[in-house]
Design a binder for this molecule. Structure first.
Ligand code: F6R
Length: 611
């Protein structure tokens, strides 16, 4: 949610900032802008729309500077207009700031500044920062102190970078609640900052993730880092060991398609990493077995797709380890004063590890002195650093705004964790463990089979692209599949999609069914299949259009379907790992046929860093 970049060094500044912003565009794409110190003068350029629009705007500019910042916006305060685009400046246009997050007390600060004669041109919360720095420059002896006095006043969650004509060789920065990384390449005397690693790969060589309430400044060779008392903090740079290919689409048209296709190899990698000689281990996980044995209850809190994985995680944990588990929206968990006991363990699940709602949930758990573990894809994220133990999702970078491979990585890791706990507390026998692992090992090949048979999916997508409403149904393990399938469809194709537990559908929502309403049912081979068959018949009797995700060879269901997609046979509990693949592809192709921007769906951002 909002991307920030900063660069000091010998390279062409506008090109670095533009390239960096393009790599962060998944964080927001309402508008974009850059601020450059050009021969000691501040130059700002901004435009609405995507980074390519900004690129066009500056194509004839000849900048001569080596200090600059840039921003790609996901609007919070103020419409996505040019005026509201970042960077924001003071009236004299000598100070420019970019900001990710929210300044919660900006209304009062703005009122005071207006009373003191400062003139505002935007509706954003960010603009106050430039005015405040200017105000403090009148009383403080230097820019550093003026920046410090300003950030002390700010309440909320933010990452900010600032440049100014007063310190033309430096970029100032602060992090409190939103991600910020500083980085360097010492061989060519370059310094960088960014809200996420993709902007830095492959140019920066070493990075340092800032902690909350850290701030400072950098020039092309040096960094100063301070805590909230303005005391120096030791910097710890680590080598960036990611490859550029991980952040590129390669032969695929979209990141989403690439990431869907990466799932078999990703699952093979996770299994190879976690299972050695039939024994499950989580090397990075630092919570000892003795502590895990004492868990009486598990409370999963997460958002969006990660919560849907959590709902399946609940079933896995209850089935395999028999530990009572709940799964709740982070945004609800945080504010509903949940009933917990000392032996409750709170589990956060997140691809980014930076979701503000989920981090707030972790803070809530910590305030109740509960043990917190997180399943995260970014092991350097805020969530990872604030948890007592982490499980690395090992999905690799996920760039497509609609989560796909992170979801299946979450399911595999949650399933393995449930087996691990089950063995630990004696609720799962060695034979059951072996059977589950054996079944799990078949998943990558079965997913490959689905990926190699997309014709039926394309046919359904062609039908779906003209529909306004759809319904997704599933039972038990595949109720979450219907939630995730419907979320994928609505977020990238903008077709309305509701998901229901198939057995519950008849208790009201079935009123929605009329002729040709597409109803997408997941019907795996399972004990519950006869019940889902009845649910299917209920829809069919009301002339709904039946689309099924069905086990190969299940002719009865196939014959009842208007359209169907087959998946290989698998144990019911693992069928969501197969059933979700055609639903991801269905959403992808439907959006594609509708002409939607698959990797940058409207109104969305990859990492939601505001509550
Ligand atoms: C949906 C999607 C979102 C995220 C949610 C949580 O495709 O990507 O629903 O799952 O915003 O994000 P993380 O997992 O980063 O906490």
């Amino acid at each position: 949610m909002c991307g920030i970049v900063g660069y000091i060094g010998p390279k062409s500044l506008d090109s670095f900032l533009i390239v960096g912003l393009k790599k962060l565009e998944y964080r927001g794409y309402d508008s974009a802008g850059i601020a450059i110190i050009d021969k000691n003068e501040l130059v700002v350029r901004k435009s609405t729309g995507k980074i390519v629009d900004l690129e066009k705007l500056i194509e004839n500019d000849k900048f001569d500077g080596h200090v600059g910042i840039g921003h790609t916006r996901w609007a919070t305060h103020g419409a996505p207009t040019k005026i509201n685009a970042h960077p924001h400046t003071n009236q004299a246009q000598t100070i420019a700031v970019v900001h990710n997050g929210i300044i919660e007390n900006y209304t009062n600060l703005k009122k005071d500044l207006i009373n003191e004669g400062y003139i505002f041109i935007s509706d954003t919360d960010t603009e106050i920062i430039a005015h405040l720095i200017e105000k403090y420059l009148k009383t403080e002896k230097n820019f550093e102190n003026a920046f410090y006095q300003t950030i002390l006043l700010l309440e909320g969650k933010f990452a900010i970078a600032a440049v100014s004509e007063f310190e033309p060789e430096k970029i100032f920065f602060v992090k409190d609640g939103a991600p910020l990384i500083i980085a360097r390449n010492t061989t060519v005397k370059e310094s960088f900052l960014a809200s996420d690693l993709p902007a830095l790969v492959p140019i920066a060589k070493e990075s340092c993730y800032l902690e909350n309430k850290q701030w400072g400044y950098m020039n092309n060779t040096d960094f100063k880092l301070y805590n909230w008392n303005h005391e120096p903090v030791k910097l710890q740079f680590i080598l960036i060991d990611l490859k550029i290919e991980q952040f590129e689409k390669g032969k695929y048209e979209h990141f989403m398609l690439k990431e869907i296709h990466e799932q078999p190899s990703m699952i093979r990698r996770i299994l190879a990493n976690r299972i050695k000689d039939g024994i499950i281990s989580f090397n990075e996980f630092k919570v000892g077995d003795e502590k895990l044995k004492k868990i009486g209850r598990i409370l999963i809190q997460a958002s969006g797709t990660s919560l849907i994985a959590g709902k399946l995680g609940k079933m896995y944990l209850e089935n395999n380890s028999r530990i009572y588990t709940e799964a709740d929206f982070s945004s609800e968990f945080r504010y509903r004063n949940p009933l917990v006991e000392g032996d409750t363990m709170v589990v956060g699940i997140s691809q980014s590890g930076e979701t503000a709602d989920t981090i707030a949930g972790i803070h809530e758990a910590k305030s109740k002195f509960l043990r917190v573990i997180s399943f995260v894809n970014n092991v350097n994220s805020s969530m990872a650093r604030e948890s007592d133990g982490i499980i690395d999702l090992l999905a690799g970078p996920e760039i497509g705004v609609a989560s796909t491979k992170a979801y299946t990585a979450q399911l595999v890791n949650l399933f393995l964790f449930s087996l691990y706990l089950g063995r630990l507390n004696g609720n799962l026998s060695e034979t059951e463990l072996e059977r589950n692992l054996k079944e799990l090992m078949t998943i990558p090949e079965k997913i490959e089979k689905i990926l190699n048979n997309i014709d039926p999916i394309i046919k359904i997508a062609e039908f779906l692209k003209d529909q306004k409403d759809t319904i997704f149904l599933g039972r038990t393990f595949n109720y979450p599949t219907s939630l995730e399938g419907s979320l994928k469809l609505k977020e990238i194709s903008y077709i309305h999609a509701s998901a229901y537990a198939a057995g519950e559908f008849k208790h009201g929502p079935i009123a929605l069914v009329s002729e040709n309403l597409p109803v997408i049912l997941t019907v795996p081979n399972s004990e519950i299949r006869p019940k889902i068959l009845s649910n299917l018949m209920e829809v069919k009797a009301r002339l709904g259009k039946i689309i099924t995700i069905v086990t190969e060879g299940d002719q009865e269901i196939i014959d009842l379907s208007d359209y169907h997609i087959t998946i290989p046979d698998i144990e019911e509990s693992l069928s969501p790992l197969l059933a979700i693949i055609p639903l991801q592809l269905l959403a992808y192709y439907t959006a594609l046929f509708k002409g939607c921007n698959v990797d940058k769906p409207r109104n969305l951002a990859k990492s939601v860093t505001v509550e």
